[in-house]
Design a protein around this ligand. Structure first.
Ligand SMILES: NC(=O)c1ccc[n+]([C@@H]2O[C@H](COP(=O)([O-])OP(=O)(O)OC[C@H]3O[C@@H](n4cnc5c(N)ncnc54)[C@H](OP(=O)(O)O)[C@@H]3O)[C@@H](O)[C@H]2O)c1
Ligand SMILES: [Zn+2]
Length: 429
């Protein structure tokens, strides 16, 4: 989105203007959704949460750490995307971002980078976009490596609500006499890792609903035609969001009408998200195009062991989660199941039927709408929702971004209360 790119360029040129480090963040880094949460509609930058000890330097270096985190948007799941910069006297000693699962976290990458440059980091300042981990996971705790390196100060954007960390990382640092500053760029850091924080703090993935529509809010013609309402730039941007997610989810109406592939195309990514379909009656055609060898998760409300076995040969995993009505999947249970599977972010790309059902069930956190400058008249809306008698009963969202994607508009909005709860959950003292 252009607003987002504009903001990134400003950030990149600020790094150059300051005559500070040679930037080795690849060109185009950060050209992924998430950072854009810094932008309010109209292109104004939302001021960062400042604490009394916050200085311009802290903001500058934390933004660099965030830009590093954004170079690994597609590759760290189920782990968070984290960036780290170690600085002394306005100079980078080392920096890095989290590697794919099992690989080193950002702090370790930055420490090794400093070591390879022959730069001792004792007495330096370390900027990290998430509280350093204090537990053994696939890798040893980062906090031990940080303590051993003896920086004088560690600046952390947000806390890690993972029960295995949850303030203990910072307590260890403080206990060792390291000065700790928190909360710099907290909102931006949360935007980069909304899915991980959502999973850790509420046992649910962060779910966005992507929809391409006309200016009068129509998503498909009466005969099912919807390809293509928006232009190539909007579609490419949509694929960046798919690439970022852990799961791309659709409904049976879309499978039957469009036979989608449901994969990421045209984006340079080593990892494909899972594919998933809500198929209450378990009626998916066994020759659907999405069965291309990659894993497909089918959420159903009907047991059919023979069909499930045949589809297993096509790498389909059938998950039966019956809802209150026959043929209906329990959608909130489906989201909890996905969080248990360590899926951080869910990209919904369905028709008005499933999209409406997910919104009604309170399963959608964010709307990602691409609006084409066309009017389609009497056609399917974006979400099929029950009729209201009062405006008070309307579902309300807050706009977080508006920009252009080629000839189309891109508008993002989210459930304000959920976001605020997560902001509080990552606040540190
Ligand atoms: N413009 C866009 O961005 C976009 C994106 C994707 C698709 N589309 C278009 O949307 C159209 C398809 O729309 P659609 O509404 O038919 O498709 P859909 O939303 O993909 O799927 C609808 C199906 O989901 C079912 N469903 C809803 N809640 C459910 C639950 N809790 N458990 C199980 N099943 C549930 C519905 O069942 P019931 O019938 O029982 O309610 C319905 O059969 C196509 O024309 C496609 O091209 C447009
Ligand atoms: Zn770590």
């Amino acid at each position: 989105m252009e607003l987002f790119l504009l903001q990134y360029r400003q950030c990149a040129s600020a790094i150059q203007d300051a005559g500070r480090p040679e930037t080795d963040i690849p060109a185009g880094a950060g050209r992924v959704p998430g950072w854009s949460a810094l932008q309010a509609p109209g292109g104004h930058t939302i001021p960062s949460m400042k604490t009394p000890s916050d200085t311009d330097d802290d903001l500058f270096w934390m933004r660099r750490a965030l830009a590093l985190a954004q170079t690994v948007m597609y590759t760290t799941a189920p782990n968070p995307r984290v960036g780290c910069v170690i600085v002394r006297d306005g100079r980078v000693l080392g920096e890095g971002a989290t590697q794919p699962p099992g690989g080193p976290h950002a702090e370790i990458r930055a420490l090794r980078d400093a070591q390879s440059r022959g730069q001792p980091v004792d007495g330096a300042t370390m900027y990290v976009t998430l509280e350093p981990c204090s537990h053994f996971g696939r890798t040893p705790p980062c906090v031990e490596a940080v303590l051993a390196a003896r920086p004088a100060r560690v600046v952390v954007a947000m806390g890690d609500p993972n029960p295995l960390v949850n303030g203990q990382g910072l307590a260890r640092l403080r206990g060792a006499g390291i000065q700790v500053t928190t909360g710099i760029c907290r909102e931006e850091a949360l935007a980069v890792n909304a899915g991980f924080i959502s999973r850790m703090s509420r046992g649910l993935p962060w779910v966005w609903m992507k929809m391409a529509a006309s200016l009068d809010g129509r998503s498909a013609l009466h005969n099912g035609m919807s390809q293509w309402i928006t232009g190539p730039e909007a579609r490419a941007d949509g694929h960046r969001w798919r690439a970022r997610s852990c799961v791309v989810l659709t409904g049976m109406g879309t499978v039957l009408k469009d036979d989608p592939q449901l994969n990421v195309r045209g984006i340079d990514t080593p990892r494909q998200p899972r594919k998933a379909v809500v198929d209450g009656h378990f009626q998916i055609p066994e020759d659907a195009r999405l069965f291309d060898g990659a894993e497909v998760i089918l959420f159903t409300a009907r047991d059919d062991a023979a069909k499930a076995e045949r589809l297993a040969a096509r790498n389909a995993r059938v998950v039966c989660l019956p809802g209150a009505e026959p043929g209906r999947v329990d959608l909130p249970a489906m989201m909890r199941w996905m969080a248990q599977e360590q899926f951080n972010e869910v990209h919904v790309e369905a028709g008005a039927g499933l999209s409406g059902a997910l919104v009604s069930a309170g399963c959608v956190d964010e709307l990602l709408l691409y609006l084409a400058p066309v009017l389609l008249g009497d056609a399917a809306g974006m979400v099929r929702l029950p009729m209201l008698e009062h405006l008070d009963a309307a579902r309300r969202y807050e706009f977080i971004e508006a920009g252009r994607a080629g000839a189309d508009l891109c508008v993002r909005a989210r459930v304000a209360s959920t976001w605020q709860q997560m902001m509080q959950r990552v606040a540190l003292t």
